[in-house]
Design a binder for this molecule. Sequence first.
Ligand SMILES: *[C@@H]1O[C@H](CO)[C@@H](O)[C@H](O)[C@H]1NC(C)=O
Length: 210
Amino acid sequence: MPLKMPFLILIFLHIHAVLAPDPEPLHDFCLPSTGHSSTFLPCKNSSLAKVEDFIFSGIKGPGKFKAGFSAIPVTSTAFPGLNTLGMSFVRADLDPGGINVPHFHPRATETAFVLDGKVYSGFVDSQNRVFAKVIEKGEVMVFPKGLVHFQMNVGKSRATILGSFNSQNPGSVKLPSAVFGSGIEGAVLEKAFGLNSKEIGKMRKRYGPQ
Ligand SMILES: *[C@@H]1O[C@H](CO)[C@@H](O)[C@H](O)[C@H]1NC(C)=O
């Protein structure tokens, strides 16, 4: 019994940390003192700030493509000027037929603005309802926080998307690699998906760490 209380407090703190939104900033901005941000670095003296600290130039073009998809996530790690401001963004590019695999962001809602192309775009709610449609250049879809979502380029040319997040560190959990590439015991996967060990082996090879 005496052990229970601290345990419950720990659970509460954990739940609180997981559910809490990014904190309200206490300063106009907080450039991390060591240049690159992690979650809790102190701010450097604000009189040292320059305009360049608030400009990010790394998404003028697409990132490296892999299987027809490229993404440049811009969190406060890549762009320290975002530190404590509760936002971040991503540039994603898809070749024709390319997909952004089903994934979710545990700490952020996303708005995905199609800068170019035609994208079949959707999410799944907690009742397994799919909300999906082809959207095109100039349209925006919102992916509610924590819900699984996906995109596929259904046009004839490359598609480009700007995703914006209401967290400086939204996190991204990709379902194929979280399930088959994480080292979950094979027996669990066999039962969960009704596959045999050979089929599970094939999925593991495909989605495992590379
Ligand atoms: C910040 O830098 C300015 C200019 O160099 C200096 O006058 C000020 O004392 C510094 N503030 C702190 C809190 O170190």
